[in-house]
Design a protein around this ligand. Structure first.
Ligand SMILES: Nc1ncnc2c1ncn2[C@@H]1O[C@H](COP(=O)(O)OP(=O)(O)OP(=O)(O)O)[C@@H](O)[C@H]1O
Length: 269
């Protein structure tokens, strides 16, 4: 990490997204700093995915402003986001299982030769370079069919690098992965940050977040309710804030190794 970590890369200001009568995002403001891993946490339905979609151009906000490197920008589509330098990977990444990894990395962005044929050779070379950036040993000739969840996630991350983004948004990058696969994907994410990228990730797994993130933003009912440096907070504080406890000391109970506010336990009893 460098001193650049404190330079704002993207400022999200007063962003609102509604779906009919549902206010998914209510005046959300958040600063993303260069070269950081910023984790967004919150209970189901808190608005995390909608926030990522708004920044990625998938769900342009009803109102609000985006400031990219001190300039106001419009993120009205995925292409507009890509052109600025923002790319995203979502949990439900679409792949064609009958094609190989290189074809899937370039899906929708296929390269062509001077004569108009699909340029498989260059696509393989470039795909290999992208996977190499992640230190992944995957062969670009392997079919997507049969890849493990972790390998698919790796391809998804590689695909997000295609536009050479400065900011990469990741929705649940370690969901459904084994312990080993999770460790691998977390190490890829750190690798990206160490090479100057900025990562915003939505994740439910606090140990994963505490292992790699620099800061953590807590969402609740469509709003950002707290932002902390990881070094200045704790699991207990974050769990309490996700649950909406007023203080960290508000009635806790230990469930195995996890500390959970009693009112959450009561909800399920
Ligand atoms: N396309 C949509 N149409 C209608 N409502 C939506 C849509 N997308 C999201 N919502 C609603 O907006 C709110 C925020 O949803 P969002 O998916 O952003 O939450 P989340 O924090 O990512 O939740 P989870 O952790 O369960 O994925 C929820 O009430 C959700 O039902």
């Amino acid at each position: 990490m460098t001193s650049q970590i404190h330079t704002p890369l993207l400022k999200v200001e007063d962003v609102c997204v509604t779906f009919g009568y549902i206010e998914a995002l209510k005046d959300v403001s958040l600063t993303v700093n260069s070269h950081e891993i910023l984790a967004i946490v919150g209970d189901n339905g808190a608005g995390k995915s909608t926030l990522l979609k708004a920044i990625s151009g998938l769900q342009p906000p009803d109102t609000g402003t985006f400031i990219w490197k001190d300039n106001e920008v419009s993120i009205s589509s995925v292409k507009a986001a890509n052109d600025i330098g923002i790319s995203a990977t979502f949990q439900s990444a679409d792949f064609c299982d009958n094609l190989d990894i290189a074809a899937n990395i370039f899906l929708g962005n296929e390269l062509h030769t001077f004569f108009g044929n699909r340029d498989d050779n260059t696509m393989h070379i470039k795909s290999r370079k992208l996977l190499h950036k992640l230190t992944s040993p995957l062969s670009t000739y392997r079919s997507m069919h049969g890849l493990s969840m972790g390998e698919r996630q790796t391809v998804s991350i590689a695909r997000s690098l295609l536009t050479n983004p400065e900011l990469i948004l990741m929705d649940e990058p370690t969901a459904s992965l084994s312990i080993i696969q999770t460790a691998q994907v977390l190490s890829y994410i750190k690798e990206l940050r160490n090479h100057g990228r900025t990562i915003v990730l939505v994740c439910h797994n606090l140990p994963d977040i505490f292992a790699i993130a620099d800061r953590i933003a807590v969402m609740r009912a469509g709003q950002i309710t707290a932002v902390h440096k990881i070094s200045e907070t704790s699991y207990e504080q974050i769990v309490a804030e996700i649950a909406g406890a007023r203080t960290v000391n508000e009635e806790f109970i230990n469930v195995d190794t996890m500390t959970v506010p009693r009112k959450i336990i009561n909800r399920y009893n």
